[in-house]
Design a protein around this ligand. Structure first.
Ligand code: PGA
Length: 253
């Protein structure tokens, strides 16, 4: 079992002042983290301030989107150079909220993933089935389609830098997490899908996180599962104590 990655997804929360204040509180809590990877995916407006505030904490900076084009007429988008200048290392791509509310598709996810890798970012590609898809027995076909689409056209060297987050849509923000065994089985399926494309060695190197109502109470059981390489945490990443509890649970494994 490799080291875990704990990524906070702040979504559309926190002003710049609130972001910096939060890091101040997290800094005083996070102690003795030696092996667990940490990252906070913040709103664009907070990125510059956070790159300073995070210095010395061991927490990497992440964004929540990246454009596929280098620059130009793309109102509302943000490009690689802008993110790099702000000190960003990770970017969430294809979160279910973007897929379902903002028209993100498998194809735009593919384009954004390629752009992130081309520019040296680690993409955190979100995949996951809806409640209806799960009930209809389509979980595996949906995950296979989303995973293959994101990786299409990538070399093995690029593919292995891709982080996936398995986020069942019915578990996001609902307080209803997947059971550790179910989440682990599904993450294993995603890894198998990667293995079918690139071979087992590459698939083993890829980090696959679980996301969807991971919190201070259930994190230890989820993170202890053999195939789950970490967590993408929404609600609980907005509470300094809970975020620290999750990081410490990963560190203890
Ligand atoms: P949640 O969100 O932890 O609030 O369920 C996870 C996510 O959407 O990344």
């Amino acid at each position: 079992m490799g080291n875990k990655l704990i990524a906070g997804n702040w979504k559309m929360n926190f002003t710049v002042a609130e972001s910096v204040d939060f890091i101040g509180r997290v800094k005083s809590l996070i102690k003795n983290v030696h092996k667990t990877g940490m990252c906070i995916c913040a709103p664009f407006t907070s990125l510059h301030a956070l790159s300073g505030a995070l210095r010395g904490t061991g927490i990497a900076l992440g964004a929540q989107n990246i454009a596929w084009a280098d620059k130009g007429a793309f109102t509302g988008e943000i490009n690689a150079a802008q993110l790099k200048e702000a000190g960003v290392e990770y970017t969430v791509i294809g979160h279910s909220e973007r897929r379902h509310m903002f028209g993100e598709t498998d194809e735009t996810v593919r384009l954004r993933t390629a752009a992130a890798l081309k520019n040296g970012f680690a993409p955190i590609v979100c995949v996951g089935e809806t409640d209806a898809e799960r009930t209809a027995g389509k979980t595996e076909s949906v995950l296979k389609r989303q995973t293959v689409a994101a990786l299409t056209g990538l070399s093995a060297a690029d593919a292995e830098k891709t982080v996936f987050a398995y986020e069942p849509v019915w578990a996001i923000g609902t307080g209803k997490n997947a059971t550790p065994a179910d989440a682990d089985g599904t993450v294993k399926f995603i890894r198998g899908t990667v293995a079918a494309l690139y071979g087992a060695a590459t698939a083993e190197k890829i980090k696959i996180l679980y996301g969807g109502s991971m919190n201070a109470a259930n994190c230890a059981d989820l993170l202890a599962m053999p195939h789950i390489d970490g967590g993408l945490i929404g609600g609980a990443s907005l509470k300094a104590e809970d975020f620290n509890t999750i990081i410490q649970a990963a560190e203890r494994l």
